[in-house]
Design a protein around this ligand. Structure first.
Ligand SMILES: Nc1nc2c(ncn2[C@@H]2O[C@H](COP(=O)(O)OP(=O)(O)OP(=O)(O)O)[C@@H](O)[C@H]2O)c(=O)[nH]1
Ligand SMILES: Nc1nc2c(ncn2[C@@H]2O[C@H](COP(=O)(O)OP(=O)(O)OP(=O)(O)O)[C@@H](O)[C@H]2O)c(=O)[nH]1
Ligand SMILES: [Mg+2]
Ligand SMILES: [Mg+2]
Lengths: 291, 283
């Protein structure tokens, strides 16, 4: 484990000794290594470990706590702080409240939309799901099956090739049918696809969402920073959703993304069934990233 | 001119950053750097372009490509008819789309293709593959959602043998490799296929998302343990991700990359080329 490895790096430090530049060098290297292995962005891992070094320097090593354990605690606390920090709210007041779901191909948006609808329904809301992915084969069918499984209506227009219009029409439909939350599922898109990024930016300006959620696969590697930045620049999203956390990836992308865009991680998805929508626990994520 | 026999620290740092940034991973990056240092100590280099070609050489050497099992021209080995490809991988990586692309390419090369919709679990999975079958004009074997995937695979292979298909491609549900019962299901699908054709599947194609980080190594490990993966396909390389994790996989498991996905249309599949791949790592 990391704390055991850090212990090894600190083996000559005991009693009232202080953590100094000399005895910390090997430890900082270990921590940076652990973070990069966990898919934390290379540059961010360096900045993070520099910060941890500053916090640790001058700290006295109390007899009861080993330096390795102390170091691990500093790292974990700092990680949890970084990823949790701001109290995150979820704005679903509006007539209707509009939630826009966006992200790269295959990240889990459609499945998450179904889960979110299920969750909001259990909280007493009347959600409407919107099938605004007009490209992927059987995308509308997929959302309709999920809507059927959770008892939530799905708005779609099979013949309409204009996603912005579909979203606008869905809002009108929601008002007509007294639905108070509209969840708009969109097509997966690359951050470098100018046409598609413009489409989702147009959907945003057309429907003025109360929440824009960036759905990201927790096993994403170094590229997480690039895509999060690009989506944030175009959409200024209000929150991040981490998916497939039921896998065994360490999930360092979560740190990279939070560090880069400073937006809260509002939900995590840890399974394919529609009842597996969870709250994000920063301390648990920190533990997971450190391995 | 006396050549340099060691590489500058600064150059090594830049190299380390580029490789890790491409998801090559720490261990493999350290190994590549060591190989370069050994090579330079032995052969010396005069300028940056020489150093670059040493670098590219060493990285290419890690990639496994055996000429007999590459799909140049989408040909299949003689005497293996029908040639059965089982497509596996974690959720959302691009298996179904890759199958659509393969169907298109094999058909264009004059092969008779048959698809098997053995993802009977995920919402609209069969509908999705059916659209690809329509688009490529290729027949498909399917059963209602919830059916046993092994039964669909069995059905597909039997049907392919009966109709004289050249290539059979079987789609499976996405599954995380740490879910033991799902990995066992995959092993069972493979055994069922073997019942019809003893040396099938001829190819077990693990599809990886090009933006996946180090977890791809664990995916390769677990999927190989369950079904003996014989080839990799890396998708979504039309984005900014580099897919460098295949170097770590090639280094540890010697599994060749055969295809790369560069888009969502049926034409967006390329046969893996190690020169182009290594070039793109540094773009
Ligand atoms: N194990 C697991 N699988 C998930 C999770 N979330 C989604 N999936 C699966 O991931 C795959 C992709 O999910 P989708 O909801 O289709 O992803 P998407 O982002 O809508 O995909 P595109 O619309 O093509 O961009 C499916 O097989 C889902 O069942 C999760 O939290 N855990
Ligand atoms: N840009 C891009 N998108 C791709 C590529 N390959 C697949 N996709 C997209 O990725 C998403 C998921 O593709 P699928 O084929 O459904 O993936 P899958 O592995 O079958 O997913 P599950 O069956 O749910 O596990 C779709 O939106 C595809 O269009 C690629 O090479 N480039
Ligand atoms: Mg979708
Ligand atoms: Mg699929």
């Amino acid at each position: 484990s990391l704390s055991e490895r850090l212990e090894g790096a600190f083996k000559n430090l005991k009693g009232e000794a202080k953590i100094t530049e000399l005895n910390i060098a090997a430890t900082v290297k270990e921590i940076r290594r652990a973070l990069v292995d966990a898919d934390v962005n290379y540059k961010i891992a360096k900045e993070f470990t520099d910060k941890v070094k500053d916090i640790a320097l001058g700290t006295k090593v109390i007899n009861a706590v080993s330096p390795g354990q102390l170091m691990t605690k500093i790292v974990k606390d700092e990680l949890a702080n970084l990823m949790g920090g701001t109290e995150s709210s979820f704005n679903i007041t509006g007539n209707p409240a509009v939630i826009l779901i966006a992200g790269l191909q295959g990240s889990g948006k459609t499945t998450f939309s179904g889960k979110l609808a299920n969750y909001l329904k259990s909280k007493g809301k009347s959600p409407l799901l919107v099938a605004a992915d007009i490209y992927r084969p059987a995308a509308i069918d997929q959302l309709m099956v999920l809507g059927g499984q959770v008892g939530v209506e799905v708005y779609s227009e099979r013949e309409n090739k204009n996603a912005v219009e579909i979203a606008q029409n869905a809002i009108k439909e929601a008002r007509a049918k007294n639905k108070n939350v509209v969840i708009i599922d969109t097509a997966g898109r690359l951050a470098v696809d100018e046409v598609m990024m413009t489409e989702v930016a147009n959907i945003k300006s057309a429907v003025n969402p109360h929440e824009i959620l960036f759905v990201v696969d927790s096993m994403t590697g170094q590229d997480a920073v690039n895509t999060a930045k690009a989506f944030n620049e175009r959409l200024d999203f209000s929150g991040v959703v981490l998916t497939k956390l039921d896998g065994d990836t360490r999930g360092g992308a979560a740190l990279s993304i939070k560090y880069t865009v400073e937006k809260p991680i509002k939900f995590v998805s840890s399974g394919e069934k529609l009842d597996t929508l969870d709250v994000f626990y920063p301390e648990r994520m920190a533990q997971r990233i450190l391995g | 001119i006396a050549g340099k026999s060691t590489v500058d620290e600064e150059v090594l740092d830049q190299l380390e950053e580029a490789l890790i940034g491409a998801d090559v991973g720490l261990d493999t990056t350290i190994e590549i750097i060591k190989r370069i240092e050994d090579r330079v100590a032995r052969d010396k280099y005069v300028n940056t372009s020489e150093l670059n070609s040493i670098l590219q050489d060493e990285i290419r050497a890690m990639l496994v490509v055996s000429p007999e099992n590459s799909y140049k021209d989408f040909s299949t080995p003689a005497g293996k008819k029908p040639y059965v490809i089982l497509v596996v991988g974690v959720n959302g990586v691009g298996k179904t789309t890759t199958i659509g692309k393969l169907a298109y390419n094999f058909t264009k090369a004059g092969k008779n293709v048959l698809l098997g919709a053995a993802d009977t679990f995920r919402a609209a999975a069969v509908d999705q593959l059916t659209i690809w079958s329509d688009r490529t004009g290729v027949p498909i074997v399917k059963q209602p959602m919830g059916s046993d995937p092994g039964a669909v695979a069995f059905d597909t292979v039997q049907s392919g043998v009966a109709r004289g298909s050249d290539v059979i491609i079987i789609d499976t549900a996405g599954r995380l490799h740490n879910k033991i019962y799902l990995m066992e299901e995959l092993g069972k699908i493979k055994r069922v296929v073997q019942k019809v054709i003893p040396d099938a599947p001829h190819e077990v194609l693990l599809v990886l998302d090009g933006s996946t980080g180090q977890n791809a190594v664990e995916q390769a490990k677990q999927f190989t343990a369950a079904t003996d993966v014989t080839a990799l396909a890396i998708t979504k390389l039309d984005g900014t991700a580099k897919g460098g994790v295949v170097l770590a996989i090639a280094n540890q498991f010697k599994i060749p990359v055969k295809f790369i996905g560069v888009g969502e249309k049926m034409e967006d599949l390329l046969i893996f080329d190690k020169h182009e791949f290594v070039d793109s790592l540094f773009k």
